[in-house]
Structure formats: C-alpha cells, structure tokens
Design a protein around this ligand. Sequence first.
Ligand SMILES: *Cc1c(COP(=O)(O)O)cnc(C)c1O
Length: 398
Amino acid sequence: MSDDIRTKIGLRPVINVSGTMTSLGASIVVPEAIAAMTAILPQFVEINDLQRKASAVIARLTGGEAGFVTASCSSGISLAVAAAITGNNLLAIEKLPDVASEKNEVILQMGHVVSYGAPVDQAIRLAGGKTVLVGQATSTHRFHMENAITEKTAAAVYVVSHHVVNYGLLHLTEFVEIAHAKGVPVIVDAASEYDLKLFLAQGADIVLYSGHKFLGGPTSGIVTGKKELVRNAFLQNMGIGRGMKVGKESVYGVMAALEAWEKRDHSGIRERETGYLNLWKQTLDGRPGVTALIEPDPTNNPLDRLRVVISAQEAHISAWDLAAALGRGNPPVIVRDHEVEHHYFYLDPCNLHPGQETIVATRLGEELDKARASNEIIATPIENRSRHRFDGVLNWPD
Ligand SMILES: *Cc1c(COP(=O)(O)O)cnc(C)c1O
C-alpha cells in the first residue's frame, strides 16, 4: 500500500496542474514554513508581539510601513475595509457590521467584481461596507470614478487578478490618483501576485496577499501598507476579525515562508517549470485536433502555462470531456479549466512534485489515444457542466 497520506485516509491522490486552488489545498507548503510551524506549536507566545515580529518581516519584504498576518486574503479585504470605516474607534469596531457613520461606501470597478470562490463584494459587505460599482463590465472611465466619490466614501478597492476584465478599466496608478485627490485610501487585493512591492510602490495604501499561494506558506493572508491603516485593520481582531483569526503557527509559518521566498532560486524554478511545459507540448504536438501553446501569465507573474486547444471533431473528444476524464483517472489529474467552454484548458506547472510531470504527460497521451481510437465523438453538451456544477457540494457530506 502506498504511504501517501491521502490514500491512507481514503482521499484521491490528485495531481494539481490547475494552479493554486483553495479547493485542492492551495499550494505545497515550503519546508521552512513547516519547520517553523512545528517549532512554535508547543510553545506559548504573546501573540501581539509575534505579530510585531511578523510586521517587521512583512515591512522588509513589501516596502510597507507595517503588516500583519490574518486568516486569508479574503479576510484581509474585510479587515482593511473595516479599518477604513471605523478608524481606531474601538466601539465602532465592536459594532460592525453595523455602522455608526454613513461613511461606509466602497468604490469598486464593475469589471473587478469577481468570484475567487466567493464574491469579492461580499468581503466588503461583511465589514459593513456598501459597495458602489463604477463603470461597466468592460469600461471604467475617470469620470465614472470621480463622480462616484462623495463624503460617504470610505475606501476604494482594486483587484489584481486573471479573474478581472483585462482591458478598458482604470489602471492602478490612475485609480490611486483619482482616489487620493479626494482623500480616499486604496485597498489592493493582490492575492495571487508574486510582486510583493509593486502595488504599494504604485501608491496603494494597503495591499493584501494570500500566504498560501505562490509563497507556499500556511493558509493565511498578509496585510501590508501604511502604518495607521494597517494598525486599524489589526484592531479589527477585537471585532469582525475574531472569526478570521490565525494562530501562532500561521503567523510564524508566514514569516518563514516570506524569508524563504527571499532566498528562493526563482530562476531555477522557472527553468524546471519550462521543462515541464516543453515535455507536455512535445507529448501533444502533432496529435490530431490538439494545439499546445505556451503562454505567459495574464497578470505578468513570472510563470507560463500550456494552453491546450482541442477540436472535438478531430480529437474525438471535447476539451471539457477530456478535462473530466483526466480528473476521473488514476491518478486524478486536475487541469485549469475556467475557460473550457472556449475549447481549451491550461496546464499549470507551479504546483507539481518532481516526477508528476511525466505522469501528466502519460495520462494526456492515454486519454487522447483512447478518444482517437473510438468511433464516436465524446462531446457532452457544455450546458451539463453548469447544470450539475454544485451537485457534489449540495450533497455534502454524503
Ligand atoms: C485567491 C484569491 C483571493 C482569496 O484569497 P484567500 O487567501 O484564499 O482568501 C482573493 N482575491 C483574488 C484575486 C484571488 O485570486
């Protein structure tokens, strides 16, 4: 029997070529963070002092004046919005999500209203914020934002992500310029971005990252930025932040992951990932109905992915049926299929253990060979995907 912990407890030993997904357990936690968490778990600490130490590490790596660790990037958004609404008023902090003042409006571009597993505007509303959408899905102009800011505006939220509409919207520098002209702080959701300094350098007042994505830390969120705003976000731990708390192991684990990030062999990792992409491309090139293209990350993270475009007529299987077959296989291979209705999915190389790249190549070849050998074309209606999307979770825990 395999000594894989997952098989031991009856879970499927999935191989993750979909990216950093909460639904799959985020990322491979780096050994430095695992060691740090193990070391601190049996000890008592004064938690606000530990967060002071975290603040220094976060400040050094991000260029922020201060920082702290919270449960997730999503909770970071709520805490930052809460900070902008309550300031350091401890009573107002206890009263949230009820707001005493009318100054609770939060500007958000319509093209940024995304779901990362839950809606971003809900993270704002949880903190007592009232989302004010500006522009349309694919266009925000300066006048949209300028006219939306009033004396009721508490903050403006900007999302950096492959999820957002990637054209026609205000760029961060412009967004900051318009907000700051009226004294409104800018909160940036940079959950999945590798660049720890860029958004503060572009003028954001507070920036949120996930600790468990590219950093390979424990499940957590990192808050960084202007000291007063960060402090007021930290104070929310006596209010809505309580339900979003992290323990000593996550705070210390993030500190270790950040320090490991500083020393990581980034170009070596990139090279290894490029090797995976080339292997998969070689496996796919020349197969009927399959086009494999290496593409850069849409938000300029130093990461490429392989786009696998499938013509069902020639490959004898649709992109979504191929993705599903890989996910059902042995071992299950989970591909990045957000855009599969357009007849392609991506293979993301950044969450693989060495050796898994060849299993992925083998499984791709096997499923494509099987489909080609079949006389019928496997192409279930795409509508079935949305119809049955939540079947599993709605039956949970059965
Ligand atoms: C992943 C993600 C989040 C949520 O991050 P968590 O740390 O998992 O809460 C928020 N925003 C964007 C753009 C994301 O990609």
